[in-house]
Ligand binder design. Structure first.
Ligand SMILES: [Zn+2]
Ligand SMILES: [Zn+2]
Length: 189
């Protein structure tokens, strides 16, 4: 039997507020018509810890997400509250396998404070999380960074940049997204 991969799995990595995962899930269903399922994993995050840096290696997390990829997964998105780094950056908001299956995001730096605490008067964290999730999933659909500062695919240098942009694609990126989604949903079976 052929299983059509059409579900986006959102993986809670450690302790993450349920409401944050729900926002991502609802956004995917509302904006892209994608079915999303929230699951949990308690082994991936500990295995990606760099004890010296006290941060988690996003490259390793992506590899481990592929290991648990369900057969009906269109994409898999890890979400953590802990700080992520990749070998070439001191920290990252998230990372994705370009044109692939997996992505990971962290709420840590999106909280607006270097130690991950929520700043008073900070713009809604959920809005930043939603944008970061769509941005990284956009990469898994083959979308590159966009020059339009309003577009969700614009590269965010800091949280101010993330606040400036919208949770939506510009017309050019949207067109690309629709094309890639159609390809991923209906051809790669
Ligand atoms: Zn990006
Ligand atoms: Zn764009």
């Amino acid at each position: 039997m052929i299983i059509r991969p059409r579900i986006v799995y959102i993986v809670r990595l450690g302790e993450v507020e349920s409401s944050h995962l729900t926002v991502i899930s609802e956004s995917l269903q509302e904006h892209f018509g994608l079915e999303a399922k929230i699951i949990e994993d308690r082994t991936i995050l500990p295995s990606a810890l760099d004890a010296a840096r006290k941060q988690y290696n996003s490259n390793l997390i992506l590899k481990k997400l592929l290991d648990i990829l369900p057969a009906d997964a269109l994409k898999i998105l890890g979400v953590t509250d802990f700080d992520l780094f990749s070998p070439i950056f001191s920290y990252v908001f998230g990372e994705a396998q370009f044109g692939g299956k997996c992505a990971v995001i962290s709420t840590f730096r999106l909280r607006g404070h270097p130690d991950g605490k929520i700043l008073q008067g900070c713009p809604p964290l959920v809005s930043r999380i939603e944008k970061e999730a769509i941005h990284e999933l956009g990469h898994t659909f083959g979308l590159r960074h966009c020059a339009d500062p309003d577009c969700v695919m614009h590269y965010s240098v800091g949280v101010q940049c993330a606040d400036r942009k919208f949770a939506f694609f510009c017309p050019a990126c949207r067109e690309m997204m629709v094309w890639h989604m159609a390809t991923d949903l209906f051809l790669k079976i």
